[in-house]
Ligand binder design. Sequence first.
Ligand code: DGI
Ligand code: FE
Ligand code: FE
Length: 188
Amino acid sequence: MNPVDYQEMVRPFLSERRLHHSECVAKMARHLAERYAADPEKAFCAGMLHDVLKEQPKEEQLKMMDEFGIILTDEERSAPKLWHAVLGAAYLERRGGISDREILNAIRYHTTARADMSLLEKVLFVADFISDDREFEGVEELREAAEESLEKAVLLGCAMTVQDLAENHLTIHPDTIAAYNWSVLHAQ
Ligand code: DGI
Ligand code: FE
Ligand code: FE
């Protein structure tokens, strides 16, 4: 498929704003892939598709997860914002004709991250944080870190997420904690 096809694949599911976000993430992922010698085409594809089911109503997402046999842990059930990553990857594999495991895993882990991520997983995780449409306190620091070291940007992103979740008394997924610990241990 060419890049336009990926865009057309997600268009029916997404608002203008979320489609714009997806385009920005795809472009940033391609940039980071070029910078860190990942596959730019896979990065663009993962970026374009990563939030495909983000705007589906919760009940619809629960129904689809049931259909796909996805069983949620307590931490996952309590955090609906995590659902679209797991469900999106399952949907793209089973209904979207995406068979590339690297792309599917990058999408599967784009929200929580995880320990010992592949290069493409790190690229998508960081691109989702620093895409051109993002505005939040600390985004510039993350953008600078991402040009210097992908690992450093992953660590900063994980640290921000953990801090933000704890401040708001939200559950922290074990993959998020594992990603944070792994980053601390491996970022130089
Ligand atoms: O889909 P996006 O908005 O582009 O970005 P995303 O998929 O990275 O989702 C970000 C949201 O996910 C943000 O509100 C924090 C939340 N999140 C990330 N990790 C965890 C989490 N929420 C909980 N409860 N637990 C986590 O470990
Ligand atoms: Fe997302
Ligand atoms: Fe996103």
